[in-house]
Each structure stands twice: as structure tokens, then as C-alpha cells.
Design a protein around this ligand. Structure first.
Ligand SMILES: Cc1cc2nc3c(=O)[nH]c(=O)nc-3n(C[C@H](O)[C@H](O)[C@H](O)COP(=O)(O)O)c2cc1C
Ligand code: SF4
Ligand code: SF4
Length: 298
């Protein structure tokens, strides 16, 4: 089977999941082509979707929706003459049920292009906004994803459908929350750098929306095309970017995802009770899936 995986990742979490999918398919003998945004937009003209047996779409959940550039990509795809099956994977900071609405618009657009989403999966990964998850939690999330993605991949390959649960008024809710797409552009204009900035240019070079310019007199200017993906502020080596109205929710610095050393001092986790029930349910369901597949294999 030949698989094309389209994905967008602001700060690397969705990319890590996309790579797990690529590995899982390849270990099953499939050929995988990766199409990361924004680069894939420029290569679409030379990509024939009919050459692929399966399409994948990955994104980070932004305000219970897919980011604007992911929906734009879906609209840019050609309409296929024959229906083609697809799967969606998304990464999110929390596992609340409301996230089930996040793909509704994407699925609708893809359907118009004769691309039929049969399977959808959500993986909880550490927050890149609101607050920083503890190293233990980030490690735990990643370990679970590493075990579950190959099982989900097997489900996709077997043709066992897996749809997100339908929610009453879910479409209306998701439609309303897509105000975030406009909000990101509005807020992005309010990004600023402080005096810690060393003009290294990393933010301008890596912004997926090409939204950051360094002027001739060395000023950093943010335009009106921000996706609120957090890549610039998350990866700034000097933590110099203020993210407008949401500055109180800024998270700076990559997660290591490694197992914290056993002798590391136990730090108080201010957010230990945040959505505790939902995280517990997510980890319990993942464990059940892993155990049940292990039993079947024995
Ligand atoms: C603007 C914005 C909105 C977000 N909204 C949600 C949300 O509604 N629900 C959620 O669980 N996580 C939300 N998150 C967290 C991300 O989905 C999560 O950290 C994700 O793993 C980031 O993936 P990435 O590193 O591939 O960008 C949001 C993040 C950003 C930047
Ligand atoms: S990445 Fe940070 S330090 Fe480098 S130019 Fe951008 S704001 Fe300045
Ligand atoms: S300005 Fe920053 S947050 Fe906005 S799209 Fe560019 S990298 Fe992402």
C-alpha cells in the first residue's frame, strides 16, 4: 500500500505522531510519503493523489478545530474521480470529549473532494499554550502514543472504521469556535519582542505562515497571517516573544519526552488536578486497548 500523510505541526507534537504513523506503516511493508505544511502546498501540483491507496491528515487541535492552514490545504486538493479512504490523527493538550467535534469541517471538505475519512484518532500530547505539562506527564503521554499508534495503524489497515463520537450541536459549536482562525490573525498582530531578543532570525526563518519579518533596522515585525501555532514563541532561544493577549498562557521551550531521572526532586505540579478525570479516562482506555491487543497476540 502507498500512503500519503499530510500534516501540520506548530511545535513538533503532531510531527512526532506523524512519524510514528510513518514508521508503523513502513514496518508493515507499506510505502509512505510525508507532506508537511507549509512545504506540501508548493508541491501539490506535482503530487498525484491517485497514486496513493490511502491518505492521512494530521493536525494539532486549536480551539476544538483544525487550524486554518489545514482546512485551506484540504480545499486545495483536487476532486478525485474515484473515492479514496483517509484517516485523521490529531494531537491535543487535553482529552476532553468536546474535541470530538474538531474534524467535522475537515471531514466535510474532504468528502467534497471524494476523500472519505473512515478513521479518526486523538493523541494527548503536552500543551504548547495555557500551561507547561510536567516532564513526567509529557513522558507518559509520549510512551502511550508510541504504543497506541501502531495499533491504530493496524486498525486502519484492516479496514475497521473508527469515528469520533457525534455530539449534540457539535457542528454549531465547532463553527462558533472557528472564530479562533480570525482571533489568531487579530492577536498575532499584537505579538512583540522584548529587549532579550538577539536578532538570531530563528522565528522569522521557521514561521510556517511567513508572518515574521526582520526590518533593515533590525526590528521584528509580525504580520496579519498568524496561525497562533506557537512555533516562534515556543522555540525562541531567549524567550523574547510576547504572544499578545495570551501572553499569560505562553509556554516556551521544547519538552524532552525522556523519562525523568529517578533521583529528580519531586516538583509540585500546580496543574495535577486539571481535567484529571479526562486524562485518567484517556490513559485507561489506551491501556485497555494495548492489553487487549497483547492478549490477542498471545
Ligand atoms: C491556539 C491554540 C489552541 C489550542 N486549543 C486546544 C484545544 O482546543 N484543545 C486541546 O486539547 N488542545 C489545544 N491546544 C494544544 C495543542 O493542540 C497541543 O499542545 C498540540 O499537541 C500541539 O501540537 P503541535 O506541537 O503539533 O503544534 C491549543 C494550542 C494552541 C496553540
Ligand atoms: S527567535 Fe527570539 S531571539 Fe531570535 S530573532 Fe526571534 S525573537 Fe529574537
Ligand atoms: S507568527 Fe509565530 S505563532 Fe504566528 S504563525 Fe508564525 S510562528 Fe506561528
Amino acid at each position: 500500500m502507498k500512503v500519503l500523510i499530510f500534516y501540520f505541526s506548530g511545535t513538533g507534537n503532531t510531527e512526532k505522531i506523524a512519524n510514528l504513523y510513518a514508521k508503523a506503516f513502513e514496518e508493515n511493508g507499506d510505502e509512505v510519503v510525508m507532506g508537511a505544511l507549509p512545504d506540501i502546498e508548493h508541491k501539490l501540483g506535482g503530487t498525484n493523489l491517485n497514486d496513493f491507496d490511502m491518505l492521512g491528515f494530521g493536525y494539532p487541535i486549536h480551539a476544538f478545530n483544525a487550524p486554518a492552514n489545514v482546512l485551506k490545504l484540504a480545499r486545495m486538493l483536487p476532486e478525485l474521480t474515484e473515492p479514496k479512504n483517509a484517516f485523521v490523527f490529531k494531537s491535543s493538550g487535553e482529552p476532553v470529549r468536546m474535541s470530538d467535534v474538531s474534524s467535522l469541517k475537515l471531514i466535510k471538505i474532504l468528502k467534497k473532494h471524494n476523500i472519505l475519512v473512515t478513521n479518526e484518532y486523538q493523541y494527548v500530547m503536552p500543551y504548547n499554550i495555557i500551561f507547561r505539562h510536567s516532564d513526567e506527564m509529557a513522558y507518559h503521554m509520549w510512551e502511550v502514543a508510541k504504543k497506541v499508534v501502531p495499533l491504530d495503524c493496524r486498525e486502519i489497515k484492516k479496514g475497521v472504521p473508527k469515528k469520533a463520537k457525534r455530539m449534540f450541536m457539535g457542528g454549531v459549536l465547532a463553527w462558533f469556535l472557528r472564530i479562533e482562525h480570525w482571533g489568531a490573525r487579530f492577536n498575532g498582530k499584537r505579538y512583540k519582542v522584548n529587549s532579550d531578543c538577539v536578532r538570531c532570525g530563528l522565528c522569522a526563518k521557521t514561521c510556517p505562515a511567513n508572518n515574521i519579518k526582520i526590518t533593515d533596522d533590525g526590528k521584528i515585525k509580525f504580520g496579519k497571517n498568524c496561525l497562533m501555532c506557537m512555533r516562534c514563541s515556543f522555540t525562541c532561544p531567549k524567550n523574547a516573544i510576547k504572544i499578545g493577549l495570551f501572553n499569560g498562557w505562553k509556554v516556551n521551550g521544547a519538552y524532552s519526552f525522556a523519562m525523568p531521572p529517578s533521583n529528580a526532586p519531586a516538583l509540585p505540579d500546580k496543574h495535577a488536578n486539571y481535567c484529571k478525570k479526562a486524562y485518567n479516562r484517556y490513559f485507561r482506555e489506551a491501556e485497555e486497548k494495548i492489553n487487549s491487543e497483547q492478549k490477542k497476540a498471545n
